[in-house]
Design a protein around this ligand. Structure first.
Ligand SMILES: [Zn+2]
Length: 378
């Protein structure tokens, strides 16, 4: 039996007494519910009190108990229907409709905290701060991420937490005013710009960091200014030993975070949003699924791009790990009518569960596609 779930924001549910039943009508049994989340502007098509919600900074949607926080602490929302425990209210309404709640937790993506704590943010080889990205190698960020997990586990009886941005965000930042595409940066150059050389990473990387930074700048500048490609991957651009050391450092930090989160979560499942490629940074952390320890309850693989590529990645990951795989599929893409066939193919390729993005943002046609996909897969 394949578990089907859909993502939702707390404001889709809080103040809308019919929302949970509408989600249940999709045929899903689980809602992956916003617990800690970055800024966003979202439509709410059915809500009695609003149509557009602008969350203009990252925030926690669960109850903040001030005494539990040392150092970094998430902000509280000022938008949507006012409720000091939006996560609790929303999950109670889901339970009343027979739906299981997973806590959807974004860990290192907070421009609000990065701007007020630039020394804790990702820093590229030009010593430029990516304020939207907290660096997980920083002890204060590690502590902050684990406090989010601990507070959710202590306050709510949720069976699972889905961890997003459980590692580094890199150069990519899909903000509303991004103006970087015209430079035609290759994927490799973007990955070079994503290497964090903040003080914490500089200590933990067993490399000559000044030399590494100079080499990254030289390769990126050659591409930016002369149009000479950075190479096919980090091993190509920086040499295999240095690329391997960068991956070792990342995997060590991400593994440590997952291990400690699992200790706090006890019997709750940890679902790790991941990409099976250690060169990748972003909300789906880049790891080697084959060698990753400790095993999460599942890896959640994003399947939003080209269908054939997504199927190939799912098959590849299924061949390299025995950890269950969850397919994260996009009902907001260009061809929602193809969602049922895609979900069925991903399950045939090795996914044991599907999560549909996103029950609150989808139009009637897209909701119909989710419903059809649940029926098609069974
Ligand atoms: Zn760092």
């Amino acid at each position: 039996m394949v578990r089907h779930g859909a993502f939702a924001y707390t404001w889709d549910l809080v103040g809308d007494p019919s929302a949970a039943a509408r989600f249940a009508d999709l045929g899903i049994d689980t809602v992956t519910l916003q617990a800690a989340y970055h800024s966003v502007r979202a439509t709410t098509a059915w809500h009695p009190a609003h149509r557009v919600v602008h969350a203009d900074h990252a925030a926690a949607y669960f109850r903040i108990r001030p005494s539990r926080w040392r150092g970094l602490r998430p902000a509280v929302p000022t938008w949507g229907v006012d409720d000091e425990d939006r996560f609790g209210t929303a999950s109670a309404s889901l339970a009343a409709a027979g739906l299981r709640t997973e806590a959807w937790v974004v860990l290192t993506h907070s421009s609000a905290l990065g701007r007020s704590n630039p020394s804790l943010a990702v820093r590229n080889a030009y010593d430029e701060v990516f304020s939207y990205a907290l660096c997980p190698a920083q002890a204060a960020v590690h502590d902050y991420a684990l406090t989010i997990v601990q507070e959710l586990c202590e306050q709510y009886d949720v069976p699972a937490l889905m961890l997003e941005a459980c590692g580094w965000l890199g150069f990519e930042h899909a903000s509303q005013h991004e103006k970087t595409s015209g430079a035609d940066l290759s994927a490799c150059a973007r990955d070079l710009l994503s290497i964090c050389l903040c003080p914490a990473c500089s200590v933990r990387l067993e490399l000559d960091v000044a030399e590494l930074a100079a080499d990254v700048r030289a390769v990126v500048d050659r591409e930016l200014q002369e149009g000479i490609g950075a190479g096919s991957n980090l091993a190509d651009a920086l040499g295999a030993p240095r690329a391997a050391e960068i991956y070792r450092h990342r995997q060590s930090v991400i593994s440590g975070l997952v291990r400690e989160a699992a200790g706090l979560a006890g019997s709750r499942e940890l679902l790790l949003m991941a990409t099976d490629d250690p060169q990748v940074t972003g909300p789906d952390v880049g790891v080697e699924v084959a060698g990753f320890a400790p095993d999460p309850a599942a890896f959640v693989l994003k399947c939003w791009d080209d269908e054939e590529a997504a199927i190939a990645r799912m098959k590849g990951a299924a061949g390299r790990t025995g950890v269950p795989l969850v397919a994260n599929v996009n009902a907001l893409g260009e061809r929602p009518s193809e969602l049922p066939a895609l979900a069925a193919r991903l399950v045939a390729a090795g996914a044991s569960e599907v999560r549909y993005y996103h029950a609150g943002l989808a139009s009637p046609a897209r909701l119909a596609a989710i419903r059809a996909a649940v029926q098609e897969v069974g």
